[in-house]
Write a new protein. Structure first.
Length: 240
């Protein structure tokens, strides 16, 4: 009988061991399930947090651009022209050596300032823009000469392909010549950004927008917003 009792003891121990193993496996399954649920909850919470951060960042960016657009609009309505060392004319499109209507309007405005003797020199700016023969700066220079401005009073900057490039080149020219102040001529919506770029080089800048026919309100604000984006990118180190 004793061997039987020993066998029963072994069987009982084995059964207990199996029950323990089943319970442990059940606990492991439950733990894994809980972990999965916790992971899902964390991902949902993290995803929701990131969405809130993205929405807040997007709202801040929109408010920043709207505020900048208002400042750009305000600058576009002010003519700060006064006595300075030089008149700087920002370039615009030219067609086979002839200024486009936009460029001509800028040149005419600068010419009127020069004739008022607000500055003894003019800097014309702008590169080729895809033209294999002419540059915006050279077209501007020729235009002034044809209207009686002495050639020695005109300084040519004919390399700049963007506002950043042109303003950097103008600042270098002015620094070499010992010039510290300028009247900046461009379209109203463009004055704010170009002015800030020149001021960042330590120059005194007086904005003087050329006369322009008012466009529809939505187009004007679209231009202000584009300039706000361009100014922001410049501040972030993107040269446009």
């Amino acid at each position: 009988m004793k061997p039987l009792r020993d066998g029963e003891t072994v069987i009982g121990a084995a059964a207990a061991l199996y029950r323990f193993a089943d319970a442990l496996q059940e606990r492991m399954v439950n733990a894994e399930h809980s972990y999965r649920l916790l992971s899902i909850a964390r991902r949902k919470h993290s995803s929701g947090f990131l969405r809130r951060v993205a929405l807040a960042a997007g709202l801040c960016l929109l408010l920043w651009l709207a505020w900048l657009a208002l400042r750009i609009h305000a600058q576009s309505t002010i003519d700060e022209a006064q006595a300075a060392d030089v008149i700087v004319v920002m370039g615009a499109a030219e067609y086979r050596g002839k200024p486009s209507p936009v460029l001509k309007a800028r040149l005419d405005h600068a010419l009127a300032l020069f004739q008022r003797k607000l500055a003894p020199r003019i800097i014309t700016t702008g590169g080729a823009g895809g033209d294999p023969v002419f540059t915006e700066g050279a077209v501007g220079r020729n235009y002034f000469i044809s209207h009686g401005v002495p050639g020695e009073a005109i300084i040519l900057e004919a390399e700049g392909e963007t506002t950043v490039h042109s303003t950097v080149a103008v600042a270098e020219i002015m620094t070499r010549m010992g010039l510290t102040s300028c009247i900046l001529v461009s379209d109203g919506y463009h004055i704010f950004r170009a002015k800030k770029m020149l001021e960042a080089r330590g120059l005194r800048v007086y904005g003087s927008p050329r006369a322009i026919k008012l466009e529809t309100a939505w187009r004007d604000w679209w231009l202000y917003t584009r300039q706000a984006v361009g100014f922001t990118l410049w501040q972030l180190g993107v040269p446009i």
